[in-house]
Design a protein around this ligand. Structure first.
Ligand code: SF4
Length: 212
């Protein structure tokens, strides 16, 4: 057992039911939800998508719409004008290049408009059950605080490092568990350090207590 897997065991034990919290019926809807979730909460996305997917349930119907038609459904979500452009372009590309179906390969996904590395990893792991490890703001913060990765690494380097340290068969569960740990326990502003079983392994905690 390594230090990383030891920490992972604790985190997975704390959040055994961690999973994708976005609401969707198909991989197209999952991909659109992930695009919409950038810099906003899953809850805000879940409030908007039922009506959006009722009107545009698949890539073909979305591709035949316009930004002006999409925007009213997502206007409570941050950056909604840009996101409308992204999901429209994504839908058009899916229809023209993939018969309207979301591809499963990382290389194909990453070529699609609106799809970055994090989104491609989420679609692979959640939509296709292909081992992947998406690094979002929560996973990044937790990885730095717990010194799972060296100080100063950016999101992409963090993804590469975590993938090297965590066994491939654990990537999907690890992603969800670390994300939940960051979202509900090791929060950005007020982490629950007093109740944390990882105090002795946490660089952030040790620095904080040294300053007291
Ligand atoms: S001790 Fe605090 S900062 Fe460290 S992992 Fe636990 S909650 Fe996060």
């Amino acid at each position: 057992m390594t230090r990383t897997t030891e920490i992972l065991d604790v985190i997975e034990g704390m959040f055994p039911d961690a999973r994708c919290e976005l609401l969707y019926q198909t991989n197209f809807q999952l991909a659109v939800s992930v695009i919409l979730s950038a810099q906003t909460t899953d809850r805000a996305v879940n409030e908007a998508t039922p009506a959006l997917f009722d009107r545009f349930p698949d890539a073909l119907s979305m591709s035949n719409s316009t930004c002006e038609e999409i925007e009213p459904y997502i206007q409570r979500i941050g950056l909604y004008r840009n996101k409308a452009k992204h999901i429209l372009a994504f839908s058009k590309a899916l229809v023209s290049d993939h018969d309207g179906e979301v591809p499963s390969s990382y290389e194909e996904l990453i070529k699609l408009p609106g799809i970055g590395s994090k989104t491609a990893n989420v679609i692979q792991g959640v939509g296709f059950n292909i081992p992947s490890l998406a690094v979002d703001t929560h996973v990044h913060r937790v990885s730095l605080r717990l010194k799972l990765v060296p100080k100063g690494l950016d999101v992409h380097a963090t993804e590469t490092t975590l993938k090297r340290k965590i066994p491939r068969e654990r990537w999907i569960v690890a992603h969800h568990a670390i994300l939940f740990f960051g979202r509900y326990h090791c929060k950005s502003q007020k982490p629950d350090c007093d109740l944390c079983p990882l105090q002795d392994k946490c660089g952030y905690y040790q620095e904080k207590t040294r300053k007291r």
